[in-house]
Unconditional design. Structure first.
Length: 314
């Protein structure tokens, strides 16, 4: 996996638990920076985490990510917040599983908590392109609206709505979505309960599409109990058994089969491979239901097999 060395040139608190990290690339530049994209931040000892970009320089030398310190997290946010200005990290990517689509459709951006980071970049792009859109930023209280100032700096005026549940109560999502023009696009990023609430409220939309990015793989779907199955590599015919407590990615790595990886939670798409044959038990959080039903590709870090064998295009 190609990476670039970057120095942390500025670390700025945005709230009680969130900071902005401005990195400057020292070896070349980062290409492909666009709204919705994230980078892999290599934090040492095999710890790799993905963070969405909210801003970057046009020359691809500097980029910003905002990170919330999760007390009960898996260590990534703690390692990020332990960085001090002058520290160096390796950056991989970018990749974009949450792209802003072209077109003339009316757009509504719905951000929850730190999920606002990619939506700030989307709002800037929509504004620059003269698109019609609005933004809802949902937080517990004003103190935790880490990206509020970034939205307001764009000059969105009445098209920006900060909704604090401690003072405004719960937002009536159904009414908000029903009031949008027919065929509108909705982009939502935030905690799982909020995302599910938006998807449920979206039933009243007059056409259009809800695009979303998860923080964790979906917990709603009930999966079969893990069993063993086989994976065959199309290129060599090699067959590996995947035990009930093993992931495909782990077994492939143990047998010196190279597959890129990042989050190992089915959220970043790094370990996606093409499926030549077999039925997949999808457990990722990025493929759409249509993409999952196609059985054409899968995330090897979390997804498994419904059939006795999967043939992968490796």
């Amino acid at each position: 996996m190609d990476t670039k060395t970057a120095k942390l040139v500025r670390k700025t608190p945005l709230g009680p638990d969130t900071s902005d990290f401005l990195f400057e690339v020292e070896d070349g530049r980062v290409a492909g920076l666009e709204p919705g994209a994230h980078v892999d931040v290599h934090l040492g000892d095999g710890l790799i985490r993905q963070y969405s970009l909210w801003s970057w320089s046009q020359n691809g030398k500097q980029l910003n990510v905002a990170v919330k310190h999760e007390e009960d997290g898996r260590g990534g946010s703690a390692a990020m917040h332990a960085l001090v200005e002058g520290d160096r990290v390796a950056l991989g990517g970018p990749r974009n599983n949450f792209p802003l689509r072209d077109g003339d459709n009316y757009v509504t951006l719905i951000a929850g908590g730190i999920g606002a980071t990619p939506l700030v970049a989307m709002a800037r792009e929509l504004l620059n392109n003269g698109r019609d859109f609005q933004v809802y930023y949902l937080v517990r209280s004003k103190a935790y609206a880490a990206m509020d100032a970034k939205f307001r700096e764009l000059g969105l005026n009445e098209w920006y709505h900060l909704h604090c549940s401690d003072t405004h109560g719960r937002l009536d999502l159904a009414t908000s979505l029903q009031s949008m023009p027919a065929g509108s696009d909705v982009y939502v990023c935030g905690p799982e309960p909020m995302l599910n609430a938006v998807l449920d409220a979206g039933k009243v939309m007059r056409g259009g599409t809800i695009h979303f990015e998860r923080f964790t793989a979906s917990s709603d779907e009930v999966h079969d109990q893990n069993g063993s199955f086989e994976v065959e590599l199309k290129s060599t015919g090699a067959v590996f058994e995947i035990g009930a407590e093993q992931s495909i990615l782990e077994v492939l790595q143990a047998n010196a089969v190279h597959v890129d990886f990042g989050c190992s939670e089915g959220l970043c798409g790094s370990c996606m491979v093409d499926v030549f044959e077999g039925e997949v038990d999808h457990r990722d959080g990025i493929l759409t239901p249509e993409e999952q039903a196609s059985n054409r590709f899968m995330c090897t870090c979390v997804s498994r097999a419904k059939s006795a064998r999967l043939v992968l295009n490796l």
